[in-house]
Design a protein around this ligand. Structure first.
Ligand SMILES: NC(=O)c1ccc[n+]([C@@H]2O[C@H](COP(=O)([O-])OP(=O)(O)OC[C@H]3O[C@@H](n4cnc5c(N)ncnc54)[C@H](O)[C@@H]3O)[C@@H](O)[C@H]2O)c1
Length: 264
């Protein structure tokens, strides 16, 4: 959508879906606050995007660091009216093997980080009187049990926060939705491939986890996700709040009793 005045704040902006959405916003005339804990890559992206982009190195899990990121964006651009709360870290540890430290690390980034981002968005809308829209990156693992115990718990929690924030946000003019990506070809999926031994066989196994991936021999792309985020943050989604939109190649539609060797 064209620039509507305020900036878009994007967390996890240095890579994957966050970077793809940042490019999309700037290509369409918008301004972006790029928040990521990886200072080098997020500054490199801001340099690539030019004066419409501000890079802020910050940890979304840390209250003062997250608040400083929002403050820096407001100081530079005056107002923020779109938020893509997307920073997240993966985990592949089954519940039985998870440690307290590992569990807390995932919850801190993938759940507390979302809480801090939503709270900041609601407070800014309340204090400024300006409407806003928010998209939180959950996951298909936030809608079903999975072998990613802490991650799945955090993403379920993030969806609960989205629903609560949608109700609290409505009188403030803030719409809040989640996306549930599945099998998107980003560094996070590359890490999953590596855990499966890497190479074309690992990629093929992961492609085959989704109906569209099986049919087309690929992952979804970060740009395909960015298009959905743009829709949810824009005026065409003005009657949509509190929802979860899967962008998952159809994995949630899959028959849970389907045997792997039966097609299509
Ligand atoms: N790739 C997929 O298939 C998939 C599927 C479901 C959900 N997701 C979710 O999508 C989101 C984006 O992931 P991606 O696939 O683009 O991965 P990615 O690894 O390419 O990008 C994630 C970004 O988040 C940043 N980040 C991590 N922890 C942070 C923190 N504490 N503070 C600030 N920044 C932090 C990383 O530095 C990185 O730049 C994540 O929330 C992830 O859980 C991805």
């Amino acid at each position: 959508m064209p620039d509507s005045g305020g900036a878009a704040l994007i967390t996890g902006a240095a890579s994957g879906m966050g970077a793809a959405f940042a490019r999309h916003v700037v290509e369409h005339g918008g301004r972006v606050v790029l928040v990521d804990r990886d200072a080098g890559p997020v500054r490199a992206l801001a340099d690539e995007l030019g004066p419409k982009a501000l890079a802020v190195a910050a940890d979304v899990a840390d209250e003062s660091s997250a608040a400083a990121a929002t403050a820096a964006g407001l100081e530079r651009f005056g107002s923020i009216d779109r938020y893509f709360l997307n920073a997240g870290i993966g985990s592949a540890t089954p519940l039985i093997d998870e440690t307290v430290e590992g569990f807390d690390r995932i919850i801190a980034v993938d759940l507390r980080g979302v809480f801090l981002g939503l709270r900041a968005a609601l407070r800014h809308a309340r204090d400024s009187g300006r409407p806003a829209a928010v998209v939180v990156t959950a996951s298909t693992a936030g809608l079903s049990g999975s072998d990613l115990a802490a991650y799945s718990a955090a993403k379920h929690g993030a969806i609960a926060l989205v629903r609560t924030a949608a109700v609290e946000g409505a009188p403030l003019g803030v719409r809040v939705n989640a996306i549930a990506p599945g099998s998107i070809g980003t560094p996070l999926m590359a890490a999953m491939e590596a855990r499966l031994g890497g190479g074309p066989r690992a990629a093929a196994l992961l492609h085959a986890t989704t109906p569209l991936g099986r049919a087309q021999g690929r992952y979804g792309t970060a740009e395909e996700v960015a298009a959905v985020v743009d829709f949810l943050l824009g005026p065409a989604a003005s009657w949509i709040t509190g929802t979860v939109v899967p962008v998952d190649g159809g994995v949630l539609a899959t028959d849970p009793y389907r045997l792997p060797e039966t097609g299509p």
